[in-house]
Design a protein around this ligand. Structure first.
Ligand SMILES: [Zn+2]
Length: 481
């Protein structure tokens, strides 16, 4: 048995001499300067596996992760979790994909939809949703309650789609490898180019020095509530996107962007054509002289400029005024970094200049009462709405029911589609006038539910008049996009 004792001794010696890992040690990437500092401060808890350019692949203890988080000026974890040593090193050698020029062609054309949508943003809804998420007490990813939180959000989003009669909307859970908490994804299927995606996201989990008490009102219930209210406004407007829109509530952001990293990786592996991604993580603390601070590191400059142009165009003054500036947020700051590292265009409009943001986050003090209203978050909800409409675009029209509410009409791809079933009277024909009052279409109709085709539709505002007889008609205003 002497041999066995010797082996035991060798094992013991090795474990004393080697890196003092604990059961929660993880692989990750982080900025090289942070890795070097961490190694200097905690030499026994950090192993630098490989360095490349300004990044490092690292293996470190749970304690070192918290130490980094507290030490560096970063909103999120400050590192990106990786499954294995191999994955961490491979991430350093991943070359960013070239973004095709046509994907960068952002335009601002949808004033007729955006302006009414901005009026629909309801600050009270945002407040209610933040309080609802805060009331779980904690949304820490490793606790069973985090699964309930995800299921409840799925139910809430599904109910919203039902409420507004949206059969083009689905909500799914995205299950992960490295956390039991699922992410939640709402999909609004694009009417014309469903394979092109426009994404907004925020994280559903929370953390705190005491994970049993992690209300996470600003970080990041505010982001989830901000996006939810934007989508509700789109539904109320009747907006149908050309491109597919996805709203993502990520799991386990706080432990190394775990949820978003797995989603972004899967999308990249499947060559999903995501045009761009905007992150909403902390939107309700008004800590700076400006409203929105665009984070300019680990984000896409073209997309950042587009979002600034949207604000210049839609929010220069008046009741929807928004001001903005820029700042830096460092490595692994929030989920946008997961998309950036997969070669997608991502932006991160943040609640304040970095460093002036809510100081209560990651503590039991991150409650809604710190802000007291959702006025600040409402500005982000407006920006989110503008981004979704202008990036996804729409060919369908919004219908003005001011003239008659018993007739519904939609137009798509040169077709006037009508449903007059709610009207008690029979119609004989339909006439379409353009905004100058010029007749562009006149055609008999024989049923209360059908469509007429025409080549003459161009973008603009029209009046559709359904004729009953020479004395009776009903008209509807149409915006043909
Ligand atoms: Zn956050």
């Amino acid at each position: 048995m002497k041999k066995l004792h010797l082996i035991t001794l060798v094992v013991l010696l090795l474990s004393f001499n080697s890196f003092a890992q604990d059961s929660k040690s993880i692989y990750a990437t982080m900025s090289l300067s942070d890795a070097l500092e961490l190694k200097k401060d905690l030499p026994d808890e950090v192993e630098i596996l490989e360095k490349r350019r300004n990044e490092a692949a690292v293996f470190f203890t749970d304690h070192a992760g918290h130490y980094l988080h507290d030490k560096v000026l970063v909103h999120g974890p400050g590192y990106i979790f990786k499954n294995s040593e191999e994955d961490a090193i491979a991430a350093l050698y991943k070359e960013a994909k070239e973004i095709p020029a046509n994907k960068m062609a952002f335009t601002i054309t949808e004033d007729a939809l955006v302006n009414p949508a901005l009026d629909l943003i309801n600050t009270q809804n945002i407040e209610d949703h933040i309080l609802e998420l805060e009331s779980y007490g904690t949304r820490y990813h490793a606790y069973p309650i985090a699964i309930d939180v995800a299921n409840d959000l799925k139910d809430k989003w599904e109910a919203m789609a039902v409420q507004y009669g949206r059969s083009d909307v689905s909500v799914r859970l995205f299950n992960h490898v490295n956390t039991n908490m699922p992410s939640v994804i709402m999909t609004i299927e694009g009417a014309e180019t469903p394979d092109e995606f426009v994404v907004v996201g925020g994280h559903l989990d929370s953390t705190s020095s005491n994970n049993n008490n992690a209300p996470g009102a600003d970080d990041d219930a505010s982001g989830i509530a901000t996006m939810t209210e934007s989508v509700r406004a789109l539904f109320e407007l009747g907006f149908v996107p050309n491109r597919t829109i996805e709203i993502m509530a990520y799991a386990a952001e706080e432990i190394g962007l775990v949820g978003s990293a797995e989603i972004a990786e899967e999308y990249a592996d499947n060559d999903v054509d995501v045009i761009s991604v905007v992150q909403f993580d902390m939107t309700n603390y008004n800590g700076s002289a400006i409203d929105v601070s665009f984070i300019t590191d680990y984000t896409n400059g073209t997309l950042n400029s587009f979002l600034m142009e949207l604000i210049d165009h839609y929010n220069a003054d008046g009741i929807h005024e928004i001001t903005y500036g820029t700042s830096l947020c460092n490595y692994g700051c929030s989920d946008h970094a997961s998309w950036t590292s997969e070669g997608y265009m991502a932006s991160f409009p943040f609640e304040a200049n970095f460093g002036q943001h809510n100081g209560n986050i990651h503590s039991p003090g991150d409650t809604f009462s710190v802000s007291g209203t959702a006025n600040h978050a409402a500005k982000f909800s407006k920006l989110c709405t503008e981004y979704l409409i202008e990036s996804a675009k729409s060919s369908l029209l919004s219908v003005d029911d001011a003239l008659v509410n018993s007739v519904s009409v939609i137009t798509q791809n040169g077709q006037l589609i009508y449903n007059l079933e709610a009207a008690a009277i029979d119609f004989t024909s339909v006439i379409l006038y353009d905004i100058q009052g010029k007749k562009v279409l006149e055609t008999p109709i024989t049923s209360k539910n059908g469509s007429v085709s025409t080549q003459s539709f161009t973008k603009g505002i029209y009046i559709a008049t359904f004729i009953v007889d020479t004395n009776t008609s009903v008209s509807k205003k149409l915006i043909i996009k």
